[in-house]
Design a protein around this ligand. Structure first.
Ligand SMILES: [Cu+2]
Length: 240
């Protein structure tokens, strides 16, 4: 008869591997950019836009014509607005691709404004307050009001519109769409935007007062995604 079977002692070697904890040294490089800001008429103010920041080189300026020189150092297309009271659009530039720069010029009277960079061209933007000292601008009184309806995807009310050089017109945009925002942007004969009614929610009405200082063919469009291509655009003439 077999006796006690052989006992095979088992040695269990628990080999615990602890994950190596790499403690990386964090080096913070503080780059101090020397800013020499000289203020004179026809100032140009640098705006550096990234994916998460919107640096305005000078936040205190004097009234008059100011050019904002925007550099997009982010990874997404961006746009920059200057807003007055109640988010009234004073000026803007759109479609600034990563690594590129664009300028826009705004006439600002004394008061406080906000500069907003919008990475991805959406939302309220990253805002910086700027203060303008000097004389207040007296906005030209509109000689007439043109009511424009924006819908998915087109405008009513602009078909027969034309104006004369020097004329000031108030445009109101009523968005009758059910879920999409729409804009009404007016571009002068030189290809630069002269003003706009920014993103307006469905069911809402907003307005802008524009003075046509040059004669020629103007265009208007909705700057939201592909709305212009879908039909939200057109043109009109300003007579000399
Ligand atoms: Cu639209």
């Amino acid at each position: 008869m077999p006796g006690a079977g052989p006992t095979i002692p088992e040695t269990l070697h628990m080999n615990r591997t602890f994950p190596a904890v790499a403690v990386g040294g964090v080096v913070l490089l503080a780059a101090l950019a020397g800013c020499s800001s000289k203020t004179k008429g026809g100032d140009s103010i640098a705006v550096t836009a990234t994916d998460s920041a919107c640096e305005v080189a000078t936040t205190s300026l004097s009234s008059g014509s100011t050019t904002f020189a925007v550099s997009n150092k982010g990874s997404d297309v961006t746009e920059v607005y200057v807003y007055g009271e109640g988010d009234k659009v004073m000026g803007e530039v759109e479609n600034i691709g990563p690594g590129t720069s664009r300028d826009f010029t705004v006439d600002l009277g004394a008061g406080t404004y906000e500069v907003a960079c919008k990475p991805g061209q959406k939302g309220d933007g990253i805002r910086t307050e700027i203060t303008v000292s000097g004389t207040a601008t007296t906005e030209a009184a509109a000689g007439r009001t043109v009511e424009v309806e924006g819908y998915d995807y087109g405008y009513h009310g602009m078909m027969d519109f034309s104006a004369k050089k020097g004329e000031t017109v108030e445009f109101t945009l009523t968005n009758t769409a059910t879920d999409e925002q729409h804009e009404f942007e007016v571009i002068g004969p030189d290809g630069n935007a002269i003003g706009e009614i920014g993103p307006t929610d469905p069911g809402k009405t907003a307005s802008v007062t524009l003075t046509f200082s040059a004669p020629g063919t103007y265009t208007y469009e909705c700057g939201i995604t592909d709305h212009a291509d879908k039909g939200m655009k057109g043109s009109f003439t300003v007579a000399a």
